[in-house]
Design a protein around this ligand. Structure first.
Ligand code: OAD
Length: 248
């Protein structure tokens, strides 16, 4: 892969590298994106199902939707894009992954510092008393109730209108602020506040690399735009980065 000199120079000096990922990185693991042709939000209206309003007023459908999401994501496996990111830990001293995905695939691929700013489908917590637990594989009740107080046991994912997942969001913001290289991978860069992170990095002087099938609103601000599948481009970037760092 032919890379610009500016990128090579940044790589050779970089200490802190951030990967900011969206649904596109998991597309090659067989998980549909949100806004693509088969996108989840083309089938469901996000604000009607993934919202607090739905939790309270359309409770059965809300839990049916999230039970299906849990079952469909539970057994998915990382793809070469996720593995390439975790391999970057052997190249750069400090690698953080900020993900908008709730599928847990970065951790499954071995990444150690992962900030899940939209939460995780593998956990649930009580809307009333905040009791938290792993989502059980087997479940009989349609509307799960908290074993402590009987409140609604809702998925630990960020619903529309809710604040970002903490402490992950604060840590993500700090990581973006101190990034030397900031990779934005497989995200439409449309959903705020998550989409503000590349701009935080940019303002602090990070070199911005975008990996996506198409252009996004971020593309014109990026120092380097690589079009293609993340499962193909990221392994090439690992090889290139290792070569630049003299580790091949
Ligand atoms: P989107 O569905 O909005 O965007 C997916 C992006 O990935 C698009 O820009 C695609 O071009 C790109 N893409 C698809 N396949 C790819 C591949 N193999 N390699 C590289 N790029 C690929 O998903 P997100 O940006 O993640 O939030 O959406 C952000 C948030 O919107 C989600 O976290 C979710 C949703 O509403 C919540 O649910 C809170």
């Amino acid at each position: 892969m032919e890379l610009p000199e500016g990128f090579k120079k940044k790589c050779s000096e970089a200490k802190s590298v951030v990967f900011f990922t969206g649904a596109g990185i998991s597309a090659e693991s067989g998980i549909p994106t949100f806004r693509g042709e088969d996108g989840l939000w083309r089938k469901f209206r996000a604000e009607e199902i993934a919202s607090l309003d739905a939790l309270y007023n359309n409770t059965k459908e809300f839990f049916e939707f999230y039970r299906e999401r849990f079952l469909s994501l539970r057994d998915k496996l990382p793809n070469p894009g996720h593995y390439a990111i975790s391999e970057m830990e052997s190249v750069f001293p400090d690698v953080s992954v900020i993900t908008q995905n709730i599928d847990g695939l970065h951790r499954k691929a071995g990444s150690k510092q992962v900030f899940e700013i939209h939460g995780s489908i593998f956990y649930e917590y009580c809307q009333t008393c905040r009791y938290r637990q792993r989502v059980p594989d087997e479940r009989d009740e349609e509307v799960p109730r908290c074993p402590e107080c009987g409140g609604l046991l809702r998925p630990d994912v960020v619903l529309f209108g809710e604040a970002m997942h903490e402490p992950d969001w604060s840590k993500a913001y700090t990581a973006a602020s101190s990034a030397d290289i900031f990779f934005s991978v497989g995200t439409s860069a449309l959903v705020y506040p998550a989409a503000s992170l590349p701009f935080v990095a940019l303002e602090r002087g990070a070199y911005i690399v975008e990996v996506n099938l198409t252009d996004t609103p971020l593309s014109r601000y990026a120092n380097l735009v690589l079009h293609g599948k993340s499962g193909e481009i990221l392994p090439e970037l690992v090889r290139a980065a290792k070569e630049i760092m003299g580790r091949l």
